[in-house]
Design a binder for this molecule. Sequence first.
Ligand code: NAD
Length: 699
Amino acid sequence: MTEHVTVSRDGEIAIVTLDNPPVNALSFHLREPLGKALEALRDDEAVRGVVIACAGATFIAGADITEFNTPKATASPNLRELIVLLESFEKPTVAAIHGTAFGGGLELAMGCHFRVADRNARFGLPEVKLGLLPGAGGTLRLPRLIGPLKALTVIVSGNPIGARDALAEGLVEAVYDDSLVANAVAFAREQADKATALVPVSRREDKIAEAKNDLDTFDAGVAALLKKKRGLDAPRLCAQSVRNGLTMPFDEALAQERAYFVELVEGEQSRAQRHLFFAEREAAKVPGVGKEVEPREVRRAGVIGAGTMGGGIAMSFLNGGIPVTILEMDREALDRGIARMDGNYAISVKRGSLTEEAKAKRMGLLTGTTDYADLADCDLIIEAVFEEMAIKKEVFGKLDAVAKPGAILASNTSYLDVDEIAASTSRPSDVVGLHFFSPANIMRLLEIVRGRKTAPDVLKTALAVARKIAKVPVVVGVCHGFVGNRMLASRSAELEDLLLEGATPEQVDKVFTDFGWPMGPFAMGDLAGLDIGWRNRKSLGKTAAIADALCEQGRFGQKTGKGFYIYEAGSRTPTPDPEVAALIEEKAREKGVNRRDISAEEIAERTMYPMINEGAKILQEGIASRASDVDIVWVNGYGFPIGKGGPMFWAESEGLGKIVERLEHWHGRTGKAVFEPAELLREAADSGSLAAARKGKAA
Ligand code: NAD
């Protein structure tokens, strides 16, 4: 017995209690005494059943990530050995689960004969989110409890399921409202009294029998599940491992699962995904916002503007259980906005991802108004009106007049100067940018824009609220377009010229999709609507020969059936259009540009390298605190492939020296500013690390 593992007795039932705060991770200092305790209990004839429970807030929430890549991670007894030991018991073993049983925690629980749970317990195998697979039998035992396709859904999503679902699917045998351990002991005693033979999970066949006999149906289900995971190794190998469980003897499949785990853990993708995991935690640490800073309380949010963004932002708050007052200019616009939100929820209900009851509850938290005075009780008010400084200032002036003291006033502006907006109020320290991404109820990124005068507790509140509404926050500084849109502008700077010089939209887009982006920039433009950029250019007095000409012909993209591509009626599939090819050639002739063959390599260099270069400038100016913050922005807001870890992480593996050299090449050839290497990028090329160069700057 040690402080981490205690064994007590309730008659002939032994209770093993694990205590490894804060989340009972499977550290070596827990595994070692657990192994000893289990061996003793297995051989103790006075013990007729064993309950494994946890002290504190949760069951085992997973592996100990601080042991990652250390010898302790695999030191004996490792998790696989503990599970083998559990499965050798000839008396009932029962995992009593409260809180979360994640990753290795769930795998250990599946090593028991039975699982019982508190009604608030949650179960999941989140390894795929780190680019890994559950490597201690998870891909083989979960299918034997809930069926292979259901199991694979859980494994590939990495998302947890609740106790009710777990009971319905057969992952747990019983769910209790209270007294979990006492109930688990009673359950163990009941099982011990039964004469039926105990079958370890690894030997159960009933739930996999059907798929074993019909691999085609299984394979079709797998293909549907993997559709959105294109290019990622972990989900693919998870699926292969589940399939092995149907075609191979258990022990052989288990050895293969281990081999897949090793392959993944040593691979580039998992390295990138682990980087992102830590980057997300790191992003919560904001210079000047220490532990001592207390966040303000946000009990009600206000949203100004019920358009595309306002509606989505309001839904994010409603989803997080925070009541919202939404304001529009007039009744008609308000009704339209609210109807759209209602319609979006209705789609979720139809798809089965939301119950009618939950929808009603969320909409019940919403109040609509056209009167600013109704915002007086809001603790946080987010403006999402048209992108025009004069309008924003007018709105903030009105907010200043009605908002209660201490209320946080936020703008969802995409580009505008948050300091200038703040200066239009009498309380600039309460003003912050909260830049959501479209669709705001779905996209996870939230750029929190720190103004010159934004108070530390306002930032702390924004970070806390972000988590509450399931967003990934990154604090950024004030500049045109902040981190994401500013880098996007650099990524896009050469697109028009690439077309003029000889590339086609489909050729450019293919370079992007081959890289792993969900879509190329031209297909994306068609999806978002080319008229948005056109209007924006006109207001700034800018032009883009090809895109302007398309818009002049009424080709706004998918919504008009034509843009850079042509779309068959009702289809979202872009098809190259000879008319566009002719238009591009015509514009090139007008401009006297000699067209030539453009390689995929050139396209990548002239789009992605300027994006990296802008990222380095952003770091140099302190607009982002760290390179990993930039990665978080791009992965969560712009679809940068997670298997590549974000643009700055990718740049280091691509080779900073190579990027600088190619930027110099293009700078020399074109003289364009986007190619002029940032000072920080040059320095980082010497050390090989952007983080080190950034630190040198900060010091
Ligand atoms: P939108 O045109 O869909 O919605 C704006 C809404 O604001 C309209 O419903 C309008 O009636 C209302 N409105 C305008 N002036 C108002 C006022 N004085 N008081 C109350 N309501 C008013 O625009 P959107 O796309 O939702 O953009 C809103 C803001 O969000 C802009 O600043 C935009 O830059 C930013 N943004 C947009 C996106 C995007 O992808 N659409 C992404 C991030 C940020």
